[in-house]
Design a protein around this ligand. Structure first.
Ligand code: MN
Length: 237
């Protein structure tokens, strides 16, 4: 008979990343965090692009997530090296069933649920990397760059297609749009993403931000949401 002995590590092992699930005591285990770039027309324009380009993707490490409890305000730390930390409110898709080459019309069965997330961006560093043709990680993939609310199972979410997506800073509305304004809808995102990567249970997909991205400073309070999902409340400290 074969007995597994417990794994021992030579250095402290990182804790597994997971998120609360609304209405459940069980947790959602996070594997990878994919993000879609420029997926709302008005935001693509404000970033200097026009027209429909194929969707493109970048990633954040799973431990860049900061779980925000909808019952109490959360906090993220203002990161190093930037003078221009931008907020990007996004609808997040939580993948429950993996697969490759998933057709858009079958994507729904791969979605476990949804969350509201922020793709925090060191815009000055990202712009410098763009200019130099270098990778974006320093602008996108830093610690605490992805505050996120609980995962809401898809069965508990009705009609996100018409949902508003919005973000306020210190009470002032900065971003306001609708999920139906997505250039590439959720099915199309999953079709393109699963052609490039084999999706796996636990993957998260940040689906892009609408126009109105702008800077926050330490002390600012962010209140943001997608109608039908719990709001995000957090302070930059
Ligand atoms: Mn984004």
């Amino acid at each position: 008979m074969h007995t597994m002995s417990p794994v021992e590590f030579v250095i402290p092992a990182p804790p597994p990343v997971n998120l609360p699930v609304q209405g459940s005591a069980q947790r959602f285990p996070v594997r990878r965090v994919f993000c879609v770039g420029r997926n709302y027309e008005e935001h693509a324009k404000e970033m200097g692009f026009t027209g429909r380009e194929p969707p493109f993707f970048f990633m954040k490490p799973a431990d860049a997530l900061v779980s925000i409890d909808p019952q109490q305000p959360g906090r993220i730390a203002y990161p190093s090296l930037t003078q221009n930390l931008h907020h990007e409110i996004e609808l997040v898709v939580a993948v429950g069933l993996g697969g490759r080459d998933i057709p858009a019309d079958q994507a729904t069965q791969h979605i476990y649920g949804y969350a509201v997330g922020l793709d925090m961006t060191r815009r000055d560093l990202q712009n410098e990397m763009k200019k130099q043709g270098r990778p974006w990680e320093i602008g996108k993939a830093f610690e605490q760059s992805a505050p996120i609310g609980p995962v809401v199972p898809a069965a508990q979410v009705a009609g996100l297609g018409d949902a508003a997506i919005w973000l306020k800073v210190n009470g002032e509305l900065r971003q306001s749009s609708h999920i139906h304004q997505l250039i590439w809808n959720l099915g199309e995102i999953i079709e393109h993403l699963s052609a490039a990567w084999e999706l796996a249970p636990g993957d998260l997909i940040f689906t892009g931000t609408p126009a109105g991205v702008a800077a926050v400073r330490p002390g600012d309070v962010i209140h943001a949401g997608v109608d039908g999902l719990p709001d995000l409340n957090l302070q930059v400290v």
